[in-house]
Design a protein around this ligand. Structure first.
Ligand SMILES: Cc1cc2nc3c(=O)[nH]c(=O)nc-3n(C[C@H](O)[C@H](O)[C@H](O)COP(=O)(O)OP(=O)(O)OC[C@H]3O[C@@H](n4cnc5c(N)ncnc54)[C@H](O)[C@@H]3O)c2cc1C
Length: 362
């Protein structure tokens, strides 16, 4: 790519003044947006305000008009929407073609995507095509004010032992994927106004080599990032069996089961359930930590939950420092009692079976 040099810029940076705006790519599946997309609009808006530019969203898919409306309610000033049958399921080529076309047309200075499987794939494809710099899996995002306007994209590095802040001085746009659950989404504001601009997908089905024949649901997969309720267990459970008690409570609350690394390392539950620095970062409405001490590496993954409930027999456990509600006691008594109460209030049947019998679970 050619770089235009005008007057000398701070740090000898090229003149990027034609690149303005923060673009957030909204990820959806079957018309349902990933929560990370709204979290990125939240942080994207903060960055845009600091830079005094617009927050722009890109919605791609088929039958996704409602997401353009929601993007405005969640903080976008302007939404580009590409609604086309070719985009009904994610494939790298058509999705990256739409993104590339828009980025070349509107020249945003920052592009943000979720660090999901799809987001990582799409961001990599775009960054190498433009070409520009991409920082993957960021956990902090900030900008230097004018005139440098640099994106400060920070991410854990060296087995999560340090945080590296990465700059992209020589190329635009500055791109980053960000972890789900780290940033705060703005509440939906139906009174917000914005512009919705339809764009077309230049690719035809015949030009795309990849075909999606079927989706096979991975039975083991848990969607911790999008869960409203997480009931997480740690070493205090003492073995894999008691996770059944947690599952029962999670089911009653319409949530999923999480775990500490100690429980995962012990082989009691799969890594896909792990919450924390080397696991998932989550931001549910309710996080129930059962038999988890609250090591800092666990806290960084869940401390942004709206409500944290801790159940631990040690009153000095650090988890109580972040918990909104705490119960000091034996989880084998408290969890089944809690499940029973939740089921009673929700009108669900509570049968004392092997599944919720603490004695059998032990
Ligand atoms: C580089 C690095 C990355 C890491 N990444 C992560 C990560 O992503 N996620 C993570 O979780 N950890 C991570 N860790 C590990 C972390 O430091 C802790 O070792 C771990 O979180 C401890 O898990 P725990 O709370 O389940 O176990 P413990 O610290 O052993 O705590 C168990 C708790 O259960 C309580 N308990 C015991 N019996 C009962 C009972 N019957 N009823 C009620 N309470 C009971 C105890 O009082 C205790 O507080 C990482 C560590 C390092 C060095």
């Amino acid at each position: 790519m050619t770089v235009k040099k005008k007057a000398a810029q701070p740090n000898d940076m090229p003149d990027w003044s034609e690149y303005r705006g923060v673009l957030v790519v909204v990820e959806q599946r079957d018309g349902v947006a990933k929560s990370v997309s709204w979290q990125l609009l939240g942080i994207g808006r903060k960055l845009a305000e600091k830079l005094e530019v617009e927050t722009i969203a890109l919605v791609m898919g088929h039958g996704v008009g409602h997401l353009a409306e929601e993007a405005i309610q969640r903080g976008a000033d302007k939404v580009y929407i590409c609604d086309d049958p070719v985009l009904s399921v994610y494939r790298t080529r058509p999705y990256s073609r739409v993104c590339l076309q828009l980025i070349r047309d509107i020249k945003p200075e920052i592009v943000l995507m979720g660090a999901t499987y799809t987001g990582r794939d799409l961001a990599g494809a775009i960054a190498t095509h433009l070409p520009t710099g991409l920082t993957a899996d960021t956990t902090q995002l900030d900008v230097e004010p004018h005139p440098s306007r640099l994106l400060l994209a920070s991410r854990p590095a060296f087995s999560e032992k340090m945080v590296a802040t990465i700059l992209c001085k020589q190329y635009r746009p500055q791109m980053a994927t960000a972890r789900a659950g780290v940033f705060e989404a703005l509440p939906r504001d139906p009174s917000r106004k914005g512009e919705i601009i339809p764009i077309t997908c230049e690719m035809k089905e015949e030009e795309i080599a990849a075909r999606v024949l079927d989706f096979i649901q991975d039975e083991k997969r848990v969607n911790l990032e999008d869960a409203d309720v997480i009931v997480a267990g740690g070493r205090g459970l003492g073995g894999p069996g008691p996770f059944r008690l947690l599952k029962e409570l999670a089911d009653a609350l319409g949530g999923v089961v999480g775990a500490s690394r100690a429980a995962v390392d012990a082989g009691w539950i799969g890594h896909e359930h792990q919450v924390g620095q080397t696991g998932h970062t989550v931001r549910p409405k309710l996080y129930i930590a059962v038999g988890i001490s609250g090591a800092v590496q666990h806290l960084v993954g869940m401390q942004n939950a709206d409500v944290i409930v801790a159940i631990n027999k040690d009153p000095d456990a650090p988890i109580f420092k972040v918990a909104h509600f705490g119960v000091v006691g034996d989880l084998f008594q408290i969890v089944p009692a809690l499940t029973e109460e939740v089921k009673k209030r929700r009108g669900l049947p509570f049968l004392k079976t092997e599944n919720n019998d603490p004695v059998a679970a032990r």
